[in-house]
Design a protein around this ligand. Structure first.
Ligand SMILES: [Zn+2]
Length: 407
């Protein structure tokens, strides 16, 4: 399986190179903002929509009006316009909000689609005579298609190398997992080969992450109190972005480890399709959802599944999984379940459920159904689709079937 993959390495530019990169970053940002503003005006005044090809023709004129752009790689400026085009597309297809103006204090990037090279840990790019030092922490054996140079909020430079990588699919397994985003814990995961041996565990948010988040909150409050434009404010912004970066890296590390383990373990992975933007609006949930990085976790699962031949399924967010009794043959829907209720007793079969656990168990059962429908996975011991109840018919007791472990 050949897939697109990005390597990220830290860059160590000297003073002169950093100044050159800052100028490139600034120019790319300028082009992006210039065309965004123009597009907004054109639309408001003449009702003309943004058009990439029409805008591209203006770049040479722009260089005449703004001579500092001349020191720039023309392809990077074009790439910046392409990014705006992508942002507009995402907006029109309801994938994201209306494009924002880029700020110097944001993380900034420039694309270098061609004419770059790496020899002995030195990166060369167009218009810069000397090469920039790269710290490789792993080997790149593939041909690099294009590169993007980024500067993050704490002032560090990185190079992202886009390659096409061959991934060997993992050997197939009969294991299925269902994962539900937790409110207190990060997630509840039910996994197993069938309902008889399913195990539910709770994955907590790592303690270091909780601590760092508390620190971040405190620093944010202090930052808000500083006078606008003061030296102190600048100092605090820098400290804040360093901490943000640290928390972000720690979270990413945690999510990478968990998603890799899940992909390794299960053939079918079922998660709930949460409307993140809708959820964040709900105050009770906003902290846990946005902080826990559920969106990027779902993204990691999706691309890793793609690399390794696994199946990730998102189940409709209107499917009330935490309200449905997961005991096979019951399936009672407890409509009155409130967000404050951690535990509930099924009025139909008398089983006590933990809300997160019930949700992951239901998603797991959904996964069992999905796996049965996979053409390459139809072992004889499993019931054909449509007669799933046979799978559960050998239960000694309903309660045992979905025992809750990990509490
Ligand atoms: Zn029940």
């Amino acid at each position: 399986m050949i897939k697109q993959y990005t390597y990220k390495f830290r860059l160590y530019p000297n003073k002169e190179q950093a100044a050159f990169l800052d100028n490139q970053l600034g120019s790319s940002r300028f082009v992006y903002n210039f065309f965004l503003e123009r597009a907004v005006n054109l639309y408001e005044v003449h009702n003309i929509k943004f058009n990439y090809y029409e805008s591209k023709k203006i770049i040479p004129l722009l260089k005449k009006g703004f001579p500092f752009l001349k020191g720039c790689n023309a392809q990077s400026l074009q790439a910046s316009l392409k990014n705006l085009d992508a942002a507009y597309r995402n907006f029109f297809q309801h994938r994201s909000k209306f494009p924002n103006f880029k700020k110097k204090t944001d993380s900034n990037s420039i694309s270098v689609p061609q004419h770059f090279g790496v020899i002995d840990s030195i990166l060369s790019i167009p218009k810069l005579k000397s090469g920039i030092k790269v710290k490789f922490h792993r080997r790149v054996n593939e041909t690099v298609k294009s590169i993007t140079i980024t500067k993050n909020q704490s002032g560090k430079y990185y190079v992202n190398m886009l390659v096409e990588k061959t991934f060997a699919p993992l050997s197939e397994t009969n294991k299925v997992s269902g994962t539900d985003v937790g409110i207190k814990s990060f997630a509840a995961i039910t996994s197993g080969e069938d309902a008889n041996n399913a195990v539910t565990i709770k994955v907590d948010n790592p303690k270091y992450l909780i601590r760092a988040q508390a620190q971040l909150k405190k620093l944010n409050r202090q930052f808000a109190k500083k006078t606008k434009g003061s030296k102190n404010k600048v100092k605090f912004r820098k400290r804040l972005s360093v901490l943000h970066e640290k928390v972000g890296n720690q979270r990413k590390d945690f999510l990478h480890k968990l998603s890799s383990k899940m992909i390794n373990d299960s053939q079918v992975i079922v998660i709930e399709d949460l409307n993140i933007r809708g959820m964040v609006r709900n105050r009770h949930l906003s902290k846990s959802i946005s902080d826990a990085g559920w969106g990027s976790f779902a993204g990691m699962l999706a691309y890793k599944a793609d690399w390794h031949g696994r199946n990730v399924h998102k189940v409709n967010r209107f499917y009330s999984s935490s309200k449905t009794c997961p005991v096979p043959g019951c399936g009672y829907v407890y409509k009155e379940l409130k967000l404050s209720e951690r535990l509930w007793v099924c009025p139909e079969c008398g089983t006590t459920h933990d809300r997160d656990g019930a949700a992951s168990q239901n998603l797991f059962l959904e996964g069992i159904k999905i796996r049965q429908e996979l053409p390459e996975l139809t072992p004889v011991e499993y019931a054909p689709a449509g007669t799933q109840s046979i799978v559960y018919s050998r239960h000694t007791s309903k309660q045992e079937a979905l025992q809750f472990i990990g509490e």
